[in-house]
Design a protein around this ligand. Structure first.
Ligand code: HXC
Length: 268
């Protein structure tokens, strides 16, 4: 279990279980298909703030409770009566969370176990890797509700699958199945639902076996580099590559190869 100052964290709308340094964060509002209300956003923010500096967690998996939905969007009941200022604040809260996930020092895998709509799709987009179950469905249906995505969907979807495909999904609100999401590069893998968590955990375990310092810098190089022009991004990669040589993990990684044995990384 993730701990804060020695206490176990208790949540109203989340379940968090940490085993073998993999934190599985399950959004748990099945009565509303795990829709994101303010409380759920705040709880997720608390988890990701903790995870960032928690040596007991090396990879995070985000999923939804039940077999039907990952997250069916932001909570429409809660949003319906918002004033413009409150809607802006709600969007900002979501943006801050998505950015915390995107910039989290640990890799984050979305295990998409059903409907991933609106804010749910945006949550999946902010994760580093998406693994979908065969029954997963994706859409940005906000235009059907008379609004636009507000947790980064207009930005991250276009960056992930390209402007033309993103605009088609955003303008029509069309729902696509897992195979189509895989075909257009929105998800990394599609697996039967009963294998979803195991597949995500096995990817997490593979990542945990690598040099933790390098894993952290890979994510940083890709995510920060994508926001720069290529020359600056390549320069940034060069600096981070150099930094690896100040780590014990680089020495151990290369020595273990030469000594033909598994590496024993310490994450420094
Ligand atoms: C609140 C929701 C919800 C949501 C489902 N529910 N989605 N409640 N917010 N986003 C509730 C339903 O009202 C219902 O409650 C229960 O969950 C089960 O859903 P049903 O509709 O009965 O299930 P089904 O007929 O199988 O249809 C599943 C569905 C549909 C296709 C996923 O629920 C749906 O279209 N949901 C809305 C999807 C959506 O528009 N998402 C985008 C939201 S906008 P009761 O009480 O009736 O049992 C958004 C903006 C993000 O995300 C940015 C914000 C800044």
């Amino acid at each position: 279990m993730i701990t804060v100052k020695g206490d176990e964290m208790e949540f109203e709308n989340l379940k968090v279980e940490t085993t073998n340094r993999i934190a599985v964060v399950t959004i748990n509002r099945p009565e509303a298909l795990n829709a994101l209300n303010e409380q759920t956003l705040s709880e997720l923010q608390t988890v990701f703030t903790d995870v960032n500096n928690n040596d007991g967690v090396r990879v995070v998996i985000v999923t939804g409770s039940g077999k039907k939905a990952f997250v069916a969007g932001a909570d429409i009941v809660a949003m319906q009566q918002l004033s413009a200022l409150d809607a802006r604040r709600f969007s900002k809260l979501g943006h801050e969370l998505m950015r915390s996930i995107e910039t989290c020092s640990k890799p984050v895998i979305a295990a998409v176990n059903g409907f991933s709509l609106g804010g749910g799709c945006e949550l999946a987009l902010s994760c580093d890797v998406r693994i979908a179950s065969e029954n997963a469905r994706f859409s940005q249906p906000e235009v059907s509700l008379g609004v636009i995505p507000g947790f980064g969907g207009t930005q991250r979807l276009a960056r992930l699958i390209g402007k033309g495909r993103a605009l088609e999904l955003l303008l029509t609100g069309d729902m696509i199945d897992a195979d189509e999401a895989y075909r257009i590069g929105m998800v990394n893998k599609v697996v039967p639902q009963e294998e979803l968590l195991e597949t995500a955990k096995s990817m997490a375990t593979k990542i945990i076996g690598k040099g933790p310092f390098a894993v952290k810098l890979v994510k940083e190089a890709v995510c920060t580099g994508l926001e720069m022009d290529l020359d600056r991004a390549n320069q940034y990669e060069t600096e981070l590559f150099g930094l690896c040589f100040a780590s014990l993990d680089q020495k151990e990684g290369m020595l273990s190869f030469l000594e033909k044995r598994p590496a024993n990384f310490v994450g420094q």
